[in-house]
Design a protein around this ligand. Sequence first.
Ligand code: FAD
Ligand code: MLT
Ligand code: ZN
Length: 460
Amino acid sequence: MNSSEFLSRLSSLLDPRGLLTAPDDMAPHLVDWRRMFHGEALAVVRPRTAQEVAAVVAACAEAGVCIVPQGGNTGLAGGAVPAGEGGQIVLCLSRLNAIRSVDKVGMLMEVEAGCVLQTAQEAATAAGRLLPVSLAAEGTAQIGGIVSTNAGGINVLRYGMTRQLVLGLEVVLADGTLVNGLRHLRKDNAGYDWKQVFIGSEGTLGIVTAAVLRLVPAPRHKVTALLAVPGPEAALALLSRAQDEIGDQVSAFELICALSFDLLARNCDLRSPIGASPWVVLMQADSCLSGIDEAMEQVLTGALEAGEATDGVVASSETQARQLWALREHITEAELREGVSVKHDVSVPIADMPAFLAEAEAEMARALPGCRANMFGHLGDGNIHFNVLIAEGTDKALVNRTVHDVVAKYAGSISAEHGIGRYRAPELAHYKPATELALMGRLKTALDPEGRMNPGKVLG
Ligand code: FAD
Ligand code: MLT
Ligand code: ZN
């Protein structure tokens, strides 16, 4: 089958808006959010139902065509755009976006892959429940992308990664088989829990068409605080204090370095309400019961007395809380506007974070003089974004190796939450033990023997 026969076959399976082949229509689908990766494609395919997805995938199997699944295209690892030249289709899930049901008593919702995360959050809120995945890209990222990257975000500390929220999945396999595992069950030990293999597999094993997601009771009381801290060690003492006083209701604990605030002021016109400090913590606690404000006050008083914090502000209204979160949520954009950066999304055991940060900074100063580290992220989860701002011409591979060698020394991970995609595939091959890479290769071969699902990603 030649390309034009293949395209007419696809067009027979879809409505007129389902197939894009004009270069201008395809362009936004062929470059990633950071504009680092550009690709080429035969077509961008936009099915409306899981059955249409299955028919398209079966047609690709017959014609030997590779498939790049795409959700909101906010991924930070270059996974959602084609690698290499043409000959592939981008399978865009945006039109498969229904919320099929919200079950208040069962505390779950069934959502199609193309539903924007924020839309799903709003539907849960309308039912008096919370969908606790939250990240700065939530207005664009889609459920299929969230599941396929096993997204983290700011609430992992309390509610876990996306994986902990997925109760059921519907997927299309590489040969076009539609598998419906959309059970509305809390407990299901009947056979292998195969959905786990697809969560976080970044489109390299199959296409997610819908998910059943666990919801939690919507907290009625929230308290948000921004605190100046002398350093990461003090921040961890503050975290421990908060967990002693407030328990598991601490839902977010973010660490931000001073450079992030410089970038926010310069590039996004956003300023912190507290004075300059080498490090800042943004903390939130949520509860269905009252009393949380008093508990937070106690934490802050104790932290100031113990020297774990030197200054701080507690949001006095929902608007002020949003302003504090806006600082955190705009760091990625402020960094993008500053110039070229080399991202590292790393995790180490939580208690080792202060030592890791000191060593990674020292190594960077030694190997990459003049580079600056924009360090911010989810300290409560042991996950920091150690993003290095570089001058034009700096060897990016050397920047990666410098930071990741320190991560390896602390038995950490080179991807805590963003995934591997195309960006980190060479680093995965370097750092992941050979036996684990071989096991991943066996899973890939079992589910995608012809290597047509998102080629060039994760395993390279
Ligand atoms: P895409 O970018 O479209 O795709 C991501 C990967 O999943 C690709 O490999 C793609 O092929 C695959 N994929 C997409 N849909 C499907 C599907 N239906 N079936 C199979 N494979 C599929 N991530 C975090 O974890 N935590 C954060 O705090 C965070 N903050 C961010 C802040 C900003 C400003 C930005 C731009 C990104 C941030 N991200 C964060 C990264 C990104 O938002 C997440 O990875 C998100 O899950 C991607 O969703 P998406 O729909 O945009 O997926
Ligand atoms: C975030 O936590 O804001 C993103 O995951 C980080 C990034 O841009 O590196
Ligand atoms: Zn993050």
